[in-house]
Structures are given as structure tokens and as C-alpha cells.
Design a binder for this molecule. Structure first.
Ligand code: ZN
Ligand code: ZN
Length: 251
């Protein structure tokens, strides 16, 4: 199927228009027209090959809000016209213990990323900086029609959103709990909004006084300006160990 988007051809050049082929849709696939795609910092890391192993040409994008334009004959979850979203993964083995427990992100064979990844059939995946995607319905998420006029705001939920939402739900963040958010960047602003909306006491840590007003507008009960290296290092250590513990428990 024909597709066009924006691709990086090497780590240094700007993205340029790029035409390419996606697979022909199968019985379990949906074809979607892309409405919006967020820009995640990991897109930038991979375009610049900062994590190594980047494959070019690369069409990034894994915060993809879409409208379904066609469904395969075995797809029951979606119909033409539905709103949907595609996040960081588009395939997994489906048979390992984690896949069977709906934890495909921990697939023991390794999940297939939405872009810059090799699918199990050897095809390179291309992401959401494009006009369409073909994807197995299992890896496509439903989006309520009530968000129809807010689709641009839905896009970051597919990566930064779920990354912060998941641990907060796991640790039952709510009234009576205190949440510290380090940095008001892509993930930080989502984390702050979730912590506030779940009823927790939200504390924003930032190095920038210019972000105090934004942090308060997004729901911070307190804003701490922190520029000391020691404190940052210890906070980073604390957040890493709690994340590791959380991840262990989720597995
Ligand atoms: Zn991301
Ligand atoms: Zn698996």
C-alpha cells in the first residue's frame, strides 16, 4: 500500500518528504488515516542515532491518533470511521506468558516497535510521521468519539501519557498521596496533570523559574526550584530504584 511521510536519511540531515510502501492489509489488520502524531524525544534520539542501531530511511512517530478507513474481514474491534491510536509497538509474539497475560510490552521475544524496527517477517516498520498505517488490530487502541475535537491533545497519551499513567495507577496514586515530578518536559507535564487529576498532592521539581506559572496552571500544589547537582543525583537514583521495583512487580 502506498504511503508518504517524512523520513530521516541519516543522523544529521533534516527530515524530508518520503514515499514508501506498507504491507497490503490482511484479515486482522486495520488501515488508518493519521490525524495527528506527537513528537516524542525518543524520535529525536533515534533520528540522530543516539541509541545506536538506527535504520535509514526512518519514518519516526509513535504517538499516533488515527481514523480507521478500512478493516480486515476478521477484525471485530473497529469499523470504518472509528477513532483510534497507535503507540510504541505494532506486533509481539502473542504466545509467550507475557503476551498471553496482556503484557505484550514485556514480550519475551521482544515486541516490534512502531518504527525503526524489524517486524518478524523482516520488513522494516515505519511510524506515524506519515499519512497512513497498516496495523494488526490487536495493537490499535480505541479512542472515544468524545475526544473528536481534541485529537491533537490525545496524541501524547500514546507514549508520555501511558508511561506516567501506568505506574501511578499501579501505586494507587490518589488523595492522601504525594507525588514528586522531576522536570516539566513531555513526560513531566503528563505526570503532573495525572497526579493532580487523581487527587494527589503534586510537587513539581524544575531548574527553571520560568516554568513555575506553567506548573501551577497544570496542577502543581508546590513547585521546587532545584539546581544543586547532589540533589538531582540523589533524586535520579531514587526514581530509578522505584521504577525498577515497580517494573519488577509488574512483571
Ligand atoms: Zn515516546
Ligand atoms: Zn510474546
Amino acid at each position: 500500500m502506498k504511503s508518504h511521510g517524512y523520513a530521516a536519511h541519516d543522523p544529521k540531515s533534516p527530515l524530508v518528504p518520503y514515499s514508501f510502501e506498507r504491507r497490503e492489509p490482511g484479515a486482522n489488520d486495520v488501515v488508518v488515516e493519521i490525524a495527528y502524531c506527537g513528537i516524542c524525544h525518543s524520535d529525536i534520539h533515534q533520528v540522530r542515532d543516539e541509541w545506536g542501531g538506527s535504520m535509514y530511511p526512518m519514518v519516526p512517530g509513535h504517538e499516533v491518533v488515527v481514523r480507521v478507513t478500512a478493516v480486515g474481514k476478521d477484525v471485530t474491534k473497529f469499523k470504518e470511521g472509528d477513532l483510534a491510536g497507535i503507540g510504541v509497538m505494532v506486533n509481539s509474539c502473542r504466545v509467550c506468558a507475557n503476551c498471553k497475560a496482556d503484557l505484550e510490552n514485556y514480550c519475551m521475544k521482544g515486541f516490534v516497535g512502531t518504527y525503526n524496527a524489524k517486524d518478524y517477517d523482516g520488513a522494516i516498520t515505519y511510524g506515524g510521521y506519515a499519512n497512513n498505517i497498516v496495523c494488526d488490530a490487536r495493537y490499535v487502541h480505541s479512542i472515544s468519539p468524545k475526544f473528536g475535537d481534541k485529537l491533537a491533545g490525545v496524541a501524547p497519551l500514546l507514549c508520555a501519557g501511558i508511561t506516567t499513567y501506568s505506574p501511578m495507577r499501579h501505586w494507587k496514586v490518589g488523595p492522601g498521596k504525594k507525588v514528586g515530578v522531576v522536570g516539566l518536559g513531555g513526560l513531566g507535564h503528563m505526570g503532573l496533570k495525572f497526579a493532580h487529576s487523581f487527587g494527589a498532592h503534586a510537587v513539581q521539581f524544575t531548574t527553571s523559574e520560568s516554568k513555575i506559572a506553567d506548573a501551577k496552571r497544570l496542577g502543581a500544589d508546590e513547585v521546587v526550584i532545584s539546581r544543586t547537582r547532589t540533589r538531582w543525583r540523589s533524586m535520579r537514583r531514587a526514581s530509578t530504584s522505584s521504577w525498577t521495583a515497580c517494573r519488577r512487580r509488574m512483571i
